[in-house]
Design a protein around this ligand. Structure first.
Ligand code: AMP
Length: 597
């Protein structure tokens, strides 16, 4: 059977894959699967593509071209070294490199490819992409939309009708598309995006924060030295990625600058909460695009069956939280978001060449794993705090930070649960231990809780007191097996035999203060105690509405305020019919206003 390459020709990175024995195989070169979409000419006149070109970009910008995808279809020439090139010629250098990686890896000549483009690309941009393929010696058998490719890889063997929302947040661009799949036919119903929004902007915010802080500390501006700029940019990008799985991280670069003959070192802590606050305004823009796409497709969030996460920056945890609160719990990021599009292009290539393509199989967690926390808002110690979410590819490591509840609290209990419910009493307890001997400090002592899950389902849970490094851990042998509630009960009984004396120790953790939302909220609105438990949907809606009020004026503002007041009255009267009948118009009102602001 003929081999057809599936190529994701991306703005930041490009990838290539093929179908082998009914499976999608992403081509690797020296262990790397992402080829930076950067082209350069070195001082000796040699062509550089990928990492070497990316590395020289800051020192020799005039010899390096990045993000050529943005220029596809434009009638321009780009200076590179001592020659000028058209955008398809530069793209052809990337495609030729990918083709040679595939040929080396498979040991055969390859002349055909499916290449993906953004759904918003016009005919000229598509033609330019086809031309780039031809210049790279490839017969481009099909140009397909990126969201279509991503949908194909999640639906390779499905014949059912589904509506998918593809949220693609890459390095330099953002797209959201709604794709209808019916009897194997895929159609993009709507697509919106921002061609200048992505992970690079997040890097820039961190970069500015690090440079400003360093300047305050040392009166030296790192932005003035190109090598320092390059090093800090790379360091913050790596730190940003670590913040997707860890609550804190260090940015360390030795000998980054010099002042009065003395070497200066960069050593700074970044934390996830602060970083998420910095990028929130940018993420809100993506939600506006999402609303526009839903409106264009004339669909409601409930009409979406699956949300597919694509693009490296879609791994950012707050992105998942925002999408879950807007669209519900149907996110899928189990297929590597960086590789999803190239894999879909390979599936399309396989379909054209007549290969039988099976479902893409990956090892994932089928249940959420987390711990219990005390949450002041609900005055409850039974709140489930997920750490490794369902559908996360394994092996994986994730950590969160929590705070102690009492002053001088000298121990915390770390209970490990499996399940999806917000109340841990409905989940299954699969492990439990104490971290004892904590420092005598006021409440809020930060405890990092780390879960490392390996491919065999062995879960290492570690609790670390951040300020001292004091740590303890347990191993749960079979964290992937579905546990039954009765297992939880018998485990508790079993545990009691060992820990009789622990019952009196104050042992709670609470969500880290920086992560909890407005605690005075219920007080300000005059809501009765325990209301959120009874009316969780209304609670979320009131939060959303009150957060939104500052963005509107006049009649709109008055109407929202009136609705909130009616809802609060109904909740305080415990009149559930009335709560339900007010919830829906308030939801609609917000839905339309959020779109128009
Ligand atoms: P793409 O254009 O899809 O290749 O995405 C590249 C962007 O994703 C870059 O800005 C990366 O820094 C970012 N990225 C990659 N991995 C992660 C991660 N684990 N967490 C957050 N951002 C990431």
């Amino acid at each position: 059977m003929e081999t057809i390459l599936g190529i994701d020709l991306g703005t930041t990175n490009s990838e290539v894959s093929v179908i082998r024995d009914n499976d999608v195989v992403v081509i690797e070169k020296e262990g790397l699967r992402l080829l930076p979409s950067v082209v350069g000419i070195d001082l000796a006149g040699n062509l550089l593509v990928g990492h070497p070109a990316k590395n020289q970009a800051v020192l020799y910008p005039e010899r390096t071209v990045k993000s050529i995808k943005r220029k596809m279809g434009e009638d321009i020439r780009i200076q590179l070294g001592d020659r000028e090139y058209s955008p398809p010629e530069i793209s052809a250098m990337i495609l030729r490199t990918l083709r040679s990686y595939a040929e080396e890896s498979l040991g055969q000549k390859i002349s055909k490819a499916v290449i993906t483009v953004p759904a918003f690309f016009n005919d000229t941009q598509r033609e330019a992409t086809r031309l780039a393929g031809e210049l790279a010696g490839l017969d481009v058998v099909r140009i397909i939309n990126e969201p279509t490719a991503a949908s194909l890889v999640y639906n390779a063997d499905s014949s059912s009708r589904e509506t998918l929302l593809v949220y693609d947040l890459g390095g330099g661009t953002f797209d959201v598309s709604i794709v209808r799949v019916e009897e194997g036919v895929l159609e993009v119903l709507a697509s919106h995006g921002d061609t200048h929004l992505g992970g690079d902007d997040f890097d820039q915010l961190l970069f500015d924060y690090v440079c400003d802080t360093f300047k305050k500390q040392h009166k030296v501006d790192l932005r003035e030295t190109p090598v320092a700029v390059s090093r800090v940019l790379q360091a913050v990008e790596e730190a940003k990625k670590r913040l997707s799985t860890e609550p804190f991280t260090q940015v360390k670069e030795e000998f980054i600058a010099e002042k009065d003959g003395v070497s200066l070192h960069l050593d700074m802590e970044l934390n996830r909460n602060q970083y998420e606050e910095q990028i929130l305004p940018l993420l809100e823009k993506t939600l506006t695009c999402l609303n526009d796409a839903l409106n264009d497709a004339q669909l409601h969030p409930d009409d979406i069956d699956k949300v597919i996460m694509v693009g490296g920056a879609s791994r950012t945890p707050i992105v998942h939280q925002l999408l879950e609160s807007r669209l519900g719990n149907k996110l899928h990021g189990e297929i590597d978001p960086d590789l999803c599009v190239t894999m879909g292009a390979a599936v399309q290539g396989g379909l054209i060449s007549g290969a039988k393509v099976g479902r893409v199989l990956i090892d994932i967690t089928s249940h959420t794993l987390g711990t219990s926390v005390f949450d002041e808002r609900y005055n409850s110690p039974f709140i489930f705090s997920p750490i490794i979410k369902r559908n996360t590819p394994i092996p994986c490591s994730r950590s969160n930070v929590y705070g102690t509840v009492f002053d001088n609290q000298d121990a915390v209990e770390v209970s490990v649960y499996q399940g999806e419910a917000d109340d841990v009493r409905q989940n299954v307890l699969i492990g439990d231990f104490y971290l004892k001997g904590l420092a005598k400090v006021p409440r809020g002592n930060q405890i990092v809780c780390r879960f490392d899950l390996d491919i065999n389902g062995i879960l290492h849970v570690t609790a670390i007191e951040k300020s001292t490094g004091l740590a303890d851990n347990i191993i749960v042998e079979n964290a992937l097996t579905e546990h039954k509630p009765e297992d939880s009960l018998s485990f508790r009984e079993h545990l009691k035999d060992f820990f009789e004396e622990e019952e009196t120790v104050p042992v709670e953790l609470e969500a880290d203060s920086e992560t909890t939302t407005d605690k005075d909220f219920a007080d300000r609105l005059g809501l009765a105690e325990g209301w959120e438990e009874r009316y969780d949907k209304a609670a979320a809606l009131i939060q959303r509405a009150t957060a939104f009020i500052s963005k509107v004026t006049g009649d709109d503002k008055h109407e929202i305020e009136t609705r909130i007041k009616e809802l609060v009255d109904a909740i305080n009267r415990n009149d559930s019919d009335q709560v339900n009948s007010i919830t829906s118009p308030l939801e609609d009102l917000l839905y339309y206003l959020e779109d128009s602001v």
